[in-house]
Design a protein around this ligand. Sequence first.
Ligand code: ATP
Ligand code: MG
Length: 368
Amino acid sequence: MFVNNIVLQQYRNYEQLELNEFGPVNLLIGQNAQGKTNLVEAIFVLALTKSHRTSRDKELISFGATSTHLAADVDKKYGKIRLDLALSTQGKKAKINGLEQRKLSDFIGSLNVVMFAPEDLEIVKGTPGVRRRFLDMEIGQVAPGYLYHLQQYQKVLVQRNNLLKQAWGKDMASVQLMLEVWNEQLVEHGVKIVKKRKQFITKLQKWAQAIHEGIAGGTEELKLTYVPSFSEPEEEDEAVLLERFMIKLSQMREQEIRRGMTLAGPHRDDLAFAINGREVHTYGSQGQQRTTALSLKLAEIELIHEEIGEYPVLLLDDVLSELDPYRQTQLIETFQSKVQTFITATGVETLNAERLKDANIYHVHDGH
Ligand code: ATP
Ligand code: MG
């Protein structure tokens, strides 16, 4: 997959920008607050229709404007496509080759990206919510049907929680009847989500483990495990998952009514990382936590390739200069020939210049 150009209108600090003739490796160089992250973010938004840094689309629209427009021409294995995305306070409009897509999920996945940014360390160090967001974003890219179930699940969850909030002191039989209606839908979509997440983690694990070994040396074994709120971590059979989820809900009923919220399901699940059997979150050194996050991101590149038969575009925001020269070289050499890469940095001198001598260089200066 290869992004040829990008056009931005009223996007963050870019009033109007057109960059053409991107190469296999593109360096975006500029001082702080000039718009480097905004540029790689724009490529990310064209892939996923949302930002990696915020869930509020309004922030992407330039101050004082009411809408923003992004476009790019992308070469794919089976031909060229033109992507257009307009975001306004009213919502989003997405086009492929000029044709408006009725559902955003038909647009997502046309361009595939893997972003690696400093805040990705939070996937390892942060709260379960960060890891669920990571899972949802990544699975959504390769399996658009997943996003449908996620949306439906969240809708049911809100309704079910409302019912639970008002249930205290009410007639139990009628509360239970209503709960059962919501349970059925919650379980239906919840099971699809959990199953996909488990399958994704099993595949990611295979790559992450091999990559981690390459970076850290053969003495460290990285393991990824899904931490479910019902069923066993490895269970993937839908009928079994359905039954377990239902049983869990009936076991938790009283507690749920007391606390006024849904206490089991994919919105409570987590992902755990262990090195040689020990939780990286708790026992890992800074370096091990960094390497885990990096291995995870690099594993995604291989996984996307495996799933869709094409390599995604790699976006490295401020991370290359953080790595020691050996790791920079490893990273660049692994992907230089097969993955188009966008790298931001404040200066070329922070990068392993020898390896990047054929890169296209763009100087980013206050939105130009
Ligand atoms: P750093 O090296 O510090 O990471 P950067 O070049 O990556 O800097 P960006 O994060 O891309 O900088 O942000 C550049 C500028 O964009 C900031 O000064 C910020 O105020 C501005 N900005 C952010 N959102 C908007 C918006 N909606 N409208 C206009 N300007 C914005
Ligand atoms: Mg930045």
